[in-house]
Each structure stands twice: as C-alpha cells, then as structure tokens.
Design a protein around this ligand. Structure first.
Ligand code: CA
Length: 475
C-alpha cells in the first residue's frame, strides 16, 4: 500500500449486538438503516466469529490479536495487563492520533487502565445507561471522575465527535467508539421508550427448543427467558393468571423490545458518525468498522445471553467500509475471527504485523480475493466454568464450514471460584448444513462416526497450532 495515504480508523463496537438484530444481516425483527448504509458502502462478513463469547476476553483478543490462553484474559475476572502489545499502541507509535471512548471493561488502575491512547474516557466496569459516570486519566495515575447527564450511547458519540473536531488534521487518527449498549439490562433512551409498543415482535424459530439431545450441563444452565428477572430485566411484575407458555411469550416481548430499542439508539448514533465523516470529507480515507464483541441469544433456543459456542452467540456482526480498498455492497463467507482485527488494521495502515499476533489480516478478503490457504476451521474456548448467575459450563470446540464439535470438560476443580457441578465430560456434534439452527446433537449417531474422528483430529491440530492444550482433570 506504499504511496497511498494512511487511512483513518473509526472502530465502532457495541456490546452484545447480535448480527440477527441488524437488517443488513437479514433481521426479521428490526431495521437498522444506518448500519445498513455502512454495509451498502462496504463489505459484510457473514462468517465472523469470536473465540470466547464474553465481553472482557473478546475485547482482549481484538486489541492484541491473540487468543485468551496467550493474553491471559480468560474470564470476566482476569483483567488485561496493559503492558501487552495492542494495535492501538502500534498505531500510536507509528504516528497515529489514538482515542477510545466508552466501554473498556478490561480493568482499571495502574496495571489495567487503557494504554496506547492519546485520549481515553471510559465507563467504569459495565457503566450505566442513564447519567453515567466516566473515567479519564488523573494526576499521578489516579482517575478523573466525570459525571455526565444524558443517555450513554448519545454521550459516547458526542465525545467521539468532539475529539474528531479538535484533532490534529495533519495526522491520521484511530478512534475506538465502544458502546455499552445493548448489554443487559437493556434500558432505552427517552426517544425510543415507546418504540414497538403497538407491535408484536416475531418469535425466533427455536424459541421452544426442548434441548432434549444436548449435554446435561447445558440443559441445567440458567439462561432461559424464565430466568430473566421480571423487575430488573423486564421492568414489570409478571401479570397474573398466565400459563407457563403465555409467560414465556410475555417475557420474550418485554425482553426483545427493550433490546431493540437500545439497538435503535446505537443505529441512530452510527448515523451521526457517518454524517460527520461525509460532512468533513473523510469518508474515502477512513476505514469504518461496525462490530460487536460477540453475539447474543435473542430468545433463540429459549435463551438470552451468550457464552456458548452455538451460532447466535459465536457470530459477530462485522462490516467494513473503506472505499479505497473495499467494493461497496460486497460480502464474504470466508471465516473471520476477532483475533484478525489487529492484523487487519496494521496492514491497512501499512505496518508490519508482529509475528506473535495469532490472527490473520483480512485485507485480501477486503480486496475481493480469498487466498487458497484461508482457514476452513476455527477454535473456540469458553473458560468461565459454572458462573454464579448462568451456570454455563466451560467448553472448547471446533467449527468447520459444515460441522461443529463441542467438548464440555466439566471439571471445575481446576477453575477456582467455579459454581458448576462436577460432571463427566460431554460432547456435542452438529451438522450445520442439515441442521443450521443446531437443534439436534448427533454425537451418538453412527452415520457421523467418520466426521467425528476428523473433527477430533482437527480440534487437536488447532490446539497444538495455537498453543492451547486439551483439558486435563485435576486430582
Ligand atoms: Ca459483550
């Protein structure tokens, strides 16, 4: 890319925004005109996956280009060491002006505060939807505490626009606009409070999945619509006299409407950013990405939340607009991963990708060419065994273009703080071509014996290649 101007980067990442709540991805339940506008001007990735479907670990993988067994950020409680190599640091060293506004969630204090940024203003932990407190750097490693009035998604965007206005126009910029929304507990802005009041949102096809063939530890999880807290999550007591099915339906409507109202604010604010780039004449020279740290269950399989390796949670929306490289209105089914973000940004900036980054630059795909040796499988690992709230079991697995194999190793002894049961290792196998909604675990089906053998070998190959190891029971 020698001789071309170095692009700016505007990296918009939301928190828990599933691709199936974006109309550019074919949503059946909402419209996102501004994110769609971005997709119409760039490339939509239809097979982009996270390598650990939970906030803190996925963010660490995005920043460092490494898997969680390498960067050490395996759970929500293992915060990122801010001395690690990240793409913002490398861009800053190369002369970029760098900023992050919004959700950080990689820890606070001298060892975990954002590094590699000329400007940072972040939410403490998860932050609040209304009138949030934000943190910036204070004297002697302390924090400046900034009390804000307003709605978090609007405020984060305001701060991004302010920073763009006062930047040095002689140097390229990298701006991370990281929204808190649409994370639980889905609190809409005033503007969207009554949106969807008069409509019924369609239910997902798998809402009544009975989980009959799944691993026992999956059946025992607490992530069903019936596990949502009526007051905190649904903002209403359950009406009297409902049958259980009626209550599930009522819960789904309460839950999904607030989720989509919160998404509507994100979409409006993506529009504000795109308008600003147009107005400033920056659209051609700016790489704009819209993504989310992972997917989410929107009543799919009767669940909310994420964590699991199933498609709704594993998939990330990932849209890239950069008119100098990317054809408008394009899409790709090549597999992209959260660890690919850092190498991609570095290559687009004309920098070398450090050899210890484990992801691969997406630039060939963005240019419309899929290399012959592009990955055909991906490795996933969720480490946080038996968390107190959802009781989701730790697991790892492999997803190919046609199948998925998941191992729930189910021994919490090696995982301090775990609350799950000690249980035997369980496996699940899904045929993604015959059963794209993953309703039937075929692990015991003889017809899949050969596929199972191949997938076990592929899982072992990926673990060896990436430097992770199969789980070994303690004691
Ligand atoms: Ca998240």
């Amino acid at each position: 890319m020698t001789g071309e101007p170095r692009p700016n980067f505007l990296f918009v990442m939301s928190d828990d925004h599933a691709a199936h709540a974006i109309s550019a991805y074919g949503s059946r339940i909402n419209e996102t005109p501004h994110i769609d506008r971005l997709a119409a001007g760039g490339m939509r990735f239809d097979a982009c996956f996270c390598t650990n479907s939970i906030c803190t670990p996925s963010r660490a993988s995005i920043l460092t280009g490494t898997y969680n067994h390498v960067n050490g950020v395996t759970t929500l409680d293992t915060h990122m060491d801010n001395r690690l190599q990240t793409f913002p640091k490398l861009l800053q060293t190369a002369g970029y002006q760098t900023a992050i506004v919004g959700k950080w969630h990689l820890g606070h204090g001298p060892d975990h505060d954002p590094t590699g940024f000329d400007f940072w203003r972040v939410l403490p932990g998860q932050g609040h939807y209304h009138n949030p407190v934000m943190l910036g750097p204070g004297p002697g490693g302390s924090h400046e505490v900034i009390e804000r009035g307003g709605y978090v998604t609007d405020l984060i965007t305001d701060d991004c626009l302010d920073w763009l206005d006062r930047r040095d126009r002689d140097r390229p910029f990298m701006l991370l606009c990281h929204h808190k929304a649409p994370h639980r507990t889905w609190e809409p802005s005033r503007e969207h409070f009554t949106m969807y009041d008069d409509v019924e949102i369609p239910e997902p096809e798998t809402m009544w999945d009975d989980h009959a063939t799944r691993a026992e530890v999956v059946q025992a999880m607490r992530m069903r619509l019936m596990d949502l807290d009526p007051i905190i999550d649904l903002k209403s007591p359950v009406p009297d006299g409902l049958t259980e099915d009626e209550e599930v339906r009522w819960r789904y409507q309460r839950y999904i409407k607030d989720y989509l109202r919160v998404v509507a604010s994100i979409d409006d604010n993506v529009g504000r950013l795109l308008d600003h780039l147009d107005h400033e004449g920056l659209a051609d020279d700016t790489v704009v990405v819209y993504t989310s740290d992972q997917g989410f269950f929107l009543g799919d399989h009767g669940w909310f939340d994420k964590r699991l390796m199933y498609e709704e949670s594993l998939s990330m929306p990932f849209i890239v607009r950069y008119p100098r490289v990317v054809a408008p209105g394009s899409s790709t089914e090549a597999m992209a991963l959260n660890v690919d973000v850092a190498p991609t940004f570095l290559e687009l900036a004309g920098l070398d990708v450090p050899s210890d980054m484990q992801g691969r630059s997406l630039v060939p795909l963005l240019s419309g060419e899929e290399p012959d040796d592009w990955r055909r499988s991906m490795y996933y690992r969720y480490w946080m065994h038996g968390d107190r709230i959802h009781r989701v079991p730790a697991h790892y697995g492999v997803r190919t273009e046609t199948h998925k194999l998941i191992c729930y190793y189910n021994d919490p002894l090696g995982q301090p703080g775990a609350h799950g049961p000690v249980a035997p290792t369980e496996w699940e196998l899904f045929d993604l071509l015959a059963d794209p909604l993953e309703t039937t675990n075929v692990i015991d089906d003889e017809r899949y014996a050969a596929v199972l053998m191949e997938l076990r070998a592929e899982l072992a190959r990926l673990q060896a290649e990436l430097g992770d190891a199969p789980y070994v029971a303690v004691g």
